[in-house]
Write a protein that binds this ligand. Structure first.
Ligand code: SAH
Length: 405
């Protein structure tokens, strides 16, 4: 990564493959095949056999969803035992599992260090998308977004990102990975966080998700949404080649500066240029522009016409998102009439412009409603908590014990 591409935020790094939950052995989830092979060698497997064994392990982990080494019957029994002593195949904990009246399901995930994020499954008739988080909290402070009221706590690790998909598959009972007809057919990187500010971990996780000997969700069924981290958009296209969605939300810099403050750094013109340059665009493969409908802010017919003008030359579709309210939000949703009018102008100019049906509003699972109670703590806070824990766990001094007794 060149210096220019280093995000100007200091996220606490995700623990390097620490266990996903509890005080357990080293996590295998989130490792590349080569890293799994190295882990096998570390567990005493001969170097020559490691590559093949890694493929077998990959199949058990990502095709069958196996977590228990003793069930991995294509591996020798003594190897299974050695693996079980050192490694684990974990999942994020789910401290809450909520189901909406419309079938949307939201998991409040809990990671090994106690931090929390959310993942949402949005079922449709014969398919479904999983909305995956990339960070605990977010740096972006978009004014209409609930997650934006949280500070960034930390990046999620590859294991924690791919773990969201594994957990959803567990809950939907979709192991082994069927090729067709599955309810977890699509991935949208539209949960908490800005995926392009955690690109390396997101990329590692998505490569695992796309691997066709495992979870096997094709890049055409994966969409990454960004608020507009312009210098990373090219890399996203070149290295992952997934569908791109842009949280545009305004057609003038002065308004977008307020709604999506990253615009001050990467204004609309630069953002649209990066979109026009996105590799592999065609009429069959367009960029999705997300546009949240905020009453009296960005929803006039003139805004719609300006949007059409800005998108000229970019293979694009527009996704209009009725604003989803959250406690204390400073905006209201545009009226249905206003939204239809806006959509019609965009549609008549030749762009598909569906209005996104809000899903899971009753469980606060709709776009922009995700939030967890994780808070950013300073190093001093963490140290204090640790000391308090140690003090509580320490044996009581004899005098105190006597008194207590
Ligand atoms: N940080 C990335 C990923 C989040 S995607 C991004 O900004 O694209 C979540 C989508 O929901 C974004 O388009 C976001 O702008 C939109 N959103 C946020 N708050 C919303 C709200 N209250 N109502 C409707 N959409 C919202």
């Amino acid at each position: 990564m060149s210096a220019a591409l280093v995000p100007d935020i200091q996220a606490r790094p995700a623990a390097a493959n620490a266990p996903l939950a509890g005080n357990a052995p080293v996590e295998l989830l989130g490792l590349t095949r080569a890293e799994i092979a190295a882990a096998l060698v570390e567990a005493g497997e001969a170097e020559k056999a490691a590559k093949m064994r890694a493929s077998q392990l990959w199949h058990w982990i990502y095709y069958r969803g196996a977590r228990d080494f003793s069930t991995m019957t294509t591996l020798a029994k003594d190897l299974r035992e050695r693996l079980a002593q050192r490694f684990q195949v974990g999942r994020p904990g789910a401290s809450r599992d909520l189901k909406s009246s419309d079938g949307t399901r939201k998991w409040l995930l809990r990671f090994a260090d106690g931090e929390e994020a959310e993942a949402v499954h949005i079922p449709e008739e014969d398919r479904g998308a999983l909305c995956v988080s990339s960070q605990v909290g977010c740096t972006l402070t978009c004014r209409f977004c609930h997650t934006g009221t949280m500070k960034l706590v930390r990046n999620l690790s590859p294991a924690e990102i791919v773990g969201q998909v594994m957990l959803a598959r567990d809950c939907l009972e979709e192991w082994p990975s069927p090729k067709d007809g599955r309810m977890l057919s699509n991935i949208v990187m539209m949960g908490m966080g800005e995926p392009l500010y955690n690109f390396d971990n997101v990329a590692k996780a998505l490569r695992i998700v796309m691997d066709n000997e495992g979870i096997s969700i094709s890049k055409r069924r994966i969409t990454l949404s960004t608020a507009g981290v312009v210098p990373m958009i090219g890399r996203c296209g070149a290295e992952l080649d997934v569908n791109l969605a842009i949280s545009l939300h305004a057609v003038r810099d002065d308004i977008r500066d307020t709604l999506v403050p990253i615009n001050k750094k990467y204004p609309i013109k630069d953002l649209l240029q990066a979109c026009a340059d996105y590799p592999g665009l065609s009429n069959a493969r367009r960029i999705t522009f997300e546009y949240v409908m905020l009453k009296g802010i960005n929803d006039s017919p003139a805004d719609a016409r300006e949007l059409v003008r800005l998108l000229k030359g970019i293979p694009a579709k527009v996704n209009l998102i009725p604003f989803n309210p959250w406690p204390g939000a400073p905006y209201e949703c545009s009226s249905n009439n206003t939204i239809s009018q806006f959509s019609e102008i965009v549609f008549n100019a030749g762009y598909s412009s569906p209005v996104r049906t809000p899903r899971g509003r009753d469980i606060m699972a709709a776009c922009g409603q995700l939030k967890s109670d994780s808070v950013k703590r300073s190093k001093a806070d963490i140290l204090r908590e640790q000391q308090a824990k140690e003090a509580a766990a320490a044996p009581m001094p004899a005098v105190a014990q006597a008194e207590a007794g």
